[in-house]
Design a protein around this ligand. Sequence first.
Ligand code: VGL
Ligand code: ZN
Length: 205
Amino acid sequence: MRALIVVDIQNDFMPGGALSVPHGEETVPVANLLMDHFDIVVATQDWHPKDHSSFVTRHPGSKVGDVIEVGGLPQVVWPVHCVAGTRGAAFHPALNVEKATIFHKGVLASIDSYSGFFDNGHKRATGLGDFLREKAVGEVFVLGVATDYCVKLTALDAVREGFKTRLIEDGCRGVNLHDGDVVKAITAMREAGIAILNSHQLVAT
Ligand code: VGL
Ligand code: ZN
């Protein structure tokens, strides 16, 4: 079985949102189009408590983009974003999530979770891996935001979990906190054995 994993297409990651990803909204039509071609669709949602340890408000003296240490792990300082239950955490209103099974991540204040499978310390699973195994999924296709954070870590964990993994590049947009971050992320994914595809290779338009 094949599954589509739609990563974090939420208001706060869209232009005008709290942690805006340039052109993030361009992932929506690609996600919607591909969903029709998959029996199994998963959507992840960044879902933080309001005092999450990645938030700049928790670190007086730090600014957004700084890398600090939290619980022994490097942590990028982010604006307050995707607070559970808020409009910013909701999916983009045009994203068709009807048939998606939803997995929340980053739900504990003490640790961040870029991957849809595990927190950044690889301690707590979200349940996504077991869900896919229960459905006898062998191959996953990943798209969404942000290419250089949650998409990348979700795809790398998918490989680690034993799934044949593909990235739908035109269905992804990145933050590029530093120039070249998206290119580097794509290279890291390719080096991990992830095939980089275009949605047109899956769906004849
Ligand atoms: C993300 C930074 C912080 C993402 C989530 O979805 O890529 N990035 N939280
Ligand atoms: Zn987050």
